[in-house]
Design a protein around this ligand. Sequence first.
Ligand code: HSE
Length: 307
Amino acid sequence: MDYLKIFSPATVANVSCGFDSMGFAVDEIGDEMTFTKTAAKGVKITNITGADLTYNVDENAASAVVKKMLQDANADFGIALTIHKGFSPGSGLGSSAASAAGAAFGANKFLEHKYSELELTKFAMFGEQVACGTPIADNVAAAIYGGFVLVRSYEPLEIIKLPVPKELRVVAIHPQVEIKTKDARAVLPTEIPLKNAITQWANVGGLVSGLYTDNYQLISNSLVDLVAEPARKALIPFFDEVKNSAIKAGALGAGISGSGPTIYALCEGKENTENVYNAINETYKKTNIDFTLFTSKVNAAGMKILE
Ligand code: HSE
């Protein structure tokens, strides 16, 4: 194989109650990446479109991952990369994760599928570390495994792929302000009251159970975040207004996508999704902040091979 083109999905991490431990992939938004085998060893980036990202192979999340994998596998060839970002860095939709996970997935094809999905997740976490300073797994695991994932343990890393109820859809609004993950992590509490911890882990259990049993009411009841959302929502203009309008329009729940500023709402079925989309649209149109708004199915497959 000499050439590969893939789609690597955007992802919603945390899913309210599952801070740093849950995520899901979306269908409509993501990066397109190409990989071309080169006789010269090592990695290079030949083109980046859609965002202003570094071509320095040690600082770019995608190339850093490919470089590490080629070295680890002792490959006697190299890879030239192109990256087309389909959504903005700093959106809270796993931008660096899409690049890092896509890089791991693509490079693995040239290495004859040497690595498992779990190992690819570890390589992609290295890309997250390069991009934002912390090797977080929730976004990259969702992009690699597809659907919903639970990061059951970080040491050792254990990822559980969860089922996706058929009617589940997402509406997401990206207000055009940038929030760096590093900054959003700096405002997090270092301790949480036991009462809140109990609520949080009970809701993770409820969400997982709701996903397994197609129980939309249980999913709805469980989409509560007492850990990150109270601290982070001040960074997101009109967060409460969006969340309230989504819930009023019938969303199962709404919260911050990853570290923000994107706000996601989970919905049941097409009509419910349209109502929530319209309600959020009306709410944000009244502000003076530009935004993009989209709906998507949950992407159960994860990565797609395009060519
Ligand atoms: N779980 C991470 C966070 C996702 O919320 O900080 C962003 O990488």
